[in-house]
Design a protein around this ligand. Structure first.
Ligand SMILES: C[S@@+](CC[C@H](N)C(=O)[O-])C[C@H]1O[C@@H](n2cnc3c(N)ncnc32)[C@H](O)[C@@H]1O
Length: 198
């Protein structure tokens, strides 16, 4: 995938390794347990600069530079309240990606939306979202998740749970100042989901 992007003229910025902190065991016990996924961060042109919130990432990492290896938990039960997409990603993972690389009110496109975890994370943190998905059941799931975060108590509960997963509790790091850093308000942002016209 990275080679294809390079051939297409993209500049690879990072290849991030995501390692789950609570991976279920491998029942066969015949090889190492698979526990990693890769996130390619690339920009479309070598000439046009990208946005990176270095300070916020450092702050969220106990004032140490954040590396390209991310230890985050697997999806939690509270993220499956509207049922679950078979490959649904954790909100904390998408939140870190979004906070690192976008500004408040930016538009975020996910052409393979699934249950729209990207959109939920985007809206919880003041970004706008456009998702495209070919399966109508997953569009319904996306809409249910979006309806859920129209309740402000759910918004604050979800933000709190996400911050807890993203902050380094072992360093005694307090996640509350991030609320100011991200200029959050209690309104969730615009959200659009499209079905492809098949
Ligand atoms: C890996 S899942 C995305 C999961 C998502 N990140 C989440 O957290 O729920 C990929 C999704 O892309 C959809 N998809 C695959 N090919 C597509 C296409 N050509 N156009 C639109 N959606 C497509 C699949 O139906 C599937 O729901």
């Amino acid at each position: 995938m990275a080679n294809c992007l390079t051939e297409l003229g993209f500049k690879i910025l990072n290849v991030i390794t995501r390692a789950k902190t609570n991976q279920p065991p491998n029942l066969s016990c015949r090889y190492f347990t698979h526990n990693s996924e890769f996130i390619i961060w690339a920009r479309k042109s070598k000439k046009i600069s990208h946005y990176f919130d270095y300070q916020l990432m450092k702050e969220m990492n106990g004032q140490k530079q954040m590396t390209d290896v991310w230890h985050l938990p697997a999806i939690a039960p509270w993220e499956k309240t509207c049922t679950k997409h078979p490959t649904q990603k954790p909100l904390a993972l998408l939140t870190r990606i979004i906070l690192a690389s976008t500004r408040p009110n930016d538009w975020i496109l996910d052409p393979f939306a699934g249950s729209s975890t990207t959109g939920i994370a985007a809206n919880l943190f003041g970004r706008r979202y456009l998702g495209v998905e070919q399966e109508s059941d997953f569009l319904d799931l996306s809409k249910a998740r979006r309806t859920e975060i129209e309740q402000l108590d759910i918004v604050s509960t979800y933000r709190e749970k996400i911050f807890k997963q993203l902050s380094r509790q072992s360093n005694g790091y307090n996640y509350e100042p991030l609320t100011d850093a991200m200029q959050l308000n209690d309104e969730v942002s615009d959200y659009n989901i499209s079905a492809l016209p098949f």
